[in-house]
Design a protein around this ligand. Structure first.
Ligand SMILES: Cc1cc2nc3c(=O)[nH]c(=O)nc-3n(C[C@H](O)[C@H](O)[C@H](O)COP(=O)(O)OP(=O)(O)OC[C@H]3O[C@@H](n4cnc5c(N)ncnc54)[C@H](O)[C@@H]3O)c2cc1C
Length: 393
């Protein structure tokens, strides 16, 4: 593969922007095609742990993120009603051990920061992919506006409802998990006093409810601590929605009746709350076909309870860029190498995230946070069935 061959990245979310930046830095002509008309600061926070930060460091955004986001000094696990402390995450020790901090920030700020690292004019908006066809040696992607583009490789980074996945494997909607996330972002000035900690997860009690029931996570999204976010995992087995909707504050109050005062005052202070279906998929039979490949939620969506969905999309993007760089003249081989090196780890994270057990109590997260996708040795395709060992800084 010569350096001027073209890579079309479908989707300008977490994984697509990261892939675009890393591929450009590796010498490829990568362009990102995003269906939205522009990047928007929609109401959601995001946690990025050291494994994701290693990849973000390589994209050039980390200094900016540290200037705007919050590296929590305190992050607690607490019992839902009494607030009893279950675990205090050793944030400073993790930073030292894994070489990067855990950061919390607004998702829109992260997206904008990543997009700023792309070469000028290499992200195109209002490009909703509808089809892909193979024309001789090249792939042709067509968009809803009637335009098309030729590429040598197409990366489906188009999220949980991926059209690229559908073109490879046929139509199959993601599975509704029976759980929703309530999400809200609001100015911290709406609270009469600051949050009790920089970040906190209130867990349902195994003795009180069925094993996994509901939780609420609360944190600041800015270094200035002037913006607060909460996100939940809440059972709602009969909901038939497929896209986010706004809900009343009372609906969330009803779901969290009896929860600790910190939860109540955060719900009371919110202005607008949205409800999102939490979607999953069974493992896919393939991640690539020919010169078309998937990454992130397009191939392994998960319930978000481990705060690692974007982390896995970043890691996928990094390993994919490295595989394409290593096998420039063998694209299909590069895509197989990528899948072989990512499938085991992404599936493990997907399983644990869906179970919602991670870091409720003290545990060693080295297998997860100590993995550096920029440097982890690539295992040959036949030998990479086991997840690679984590490394520490
Ligand atoms: C409630 C909730 C909380 C979460 N919290 C965290 C967290 O704290 N930490 C974490 O790491 N992860 C978290 N996640 C998961 C994380 O958001 C996803 O795993 C991550 O965004 C996946 O990245 P992606 O690039 O695969 O997809 P996305 O970021 O969803 O990007 C997909 C992009 O593709 C575009 N697109 C879709 N279809 C097309 C098309 N046909 N043509 C062109 N463009 C298209 C979309 O507009 C979008 O911009 C959370 C998820 C939820 C639901």
């Amino acid at each position: 593969m010569t350096q001027q061959q073209r890579i079309a990245v479908i989707g300008g979310g977490m994984g697509g922007l990261t892939a675009g930046v890393l591929l450009q830095r590796a010498g490829f002509k990568a362009t990102v095609y995003e269906q939205a008309k522009q990047l928007a600061r929609i109401g959601a926070g995001i946690n990025i742990y050291p494994n994701g930060m290693h990849v973000l460091r390589a994209t050039g955004v980390v200094d900016h993120l540290l200037a705007i986001g919050q590296t929590p000094a305190t992050w607690f696990s607490r019992v839902w009603d009494t607030g009893e402390l279950l675990y205090s995450q050793p944030e400073a020790a993790w930073h030292k051990k894994y070489g990067e901090p855990h950061i919390i920030l607004h998702r829109g700020d992260l997206q904008r920061s990543l997009a700023s690292q792309l070469r000028p004019d290499s992200i195109q908006f209002d490009k909703h992919l509808v089809g892909i066809e193979e024309v001789g040696d090249v792939l042709k992607a067509t968009f809803a506006d009637g335009s098309s583009v030729e590429a040598d490789v197409i990366i489906g980074a188009d999220g949980v409802n991926s059209r690229v996945r559908e073109l490879l494997l046929g139509p199959q909607p993601p599975k509704y998990s029976g759980f929703v996330a309530y999400r809200s972002v609001f100015p911290a000035s709406r609270l009469s006093r600051p949050l009790d900690s920089d970040g906190c997860k209130f867990w349902s009690d195994d003795r009180h409810w069925a094993n996994e029931d509901r939780h609420m996570i609360i944190y600041y999204t800015t270094k200035a601590k002037d913006e607060v976010y909460f996100v939940t995992g809440s059972p709602d087995p009969n909901w038939e929605g497929t896209t986010p909707v706004d809900v009343t504050i009372q609906e969330v109050k009803d779901h969290y009746a009896g929860f600790h005062d910190e939860v109540q005052r955060v719900i009371d202070a919110s202005v607008q709350i949205s409800k999102w279906p939490l979607l999953t998929r069974d493992p896919l039979p393939l991640w690539s076909s020919g010169r078309i490949v998937l990454l992130g939620d397009a191939c392994h969506p998960m319930k978000p309870h481990m705060g690692q969905g974007a982390g896995m999309a970043f890691e996928d993007a990094a390993v994919l860029a490295r595989c394409l760089q290593e096998k420039r003249d063998d694209i299909e081989g590069a895509l197989k190498l990528y899948e072989a090196n990512r499938q085991g780890r992404a599936s493990k994270v997907q399983r644990i995230s869906n179970a919602n057990t991670f870091l409720k109590y003290e545990e060693d997260p080295t297998w997860c946070f100590g993995y550096n996708a920029m440097t982890v040795p690539l295992q040959p395709a036949g030998e990479a069935a086991k997840p690679p060992q984590a490394e520490c800084a």
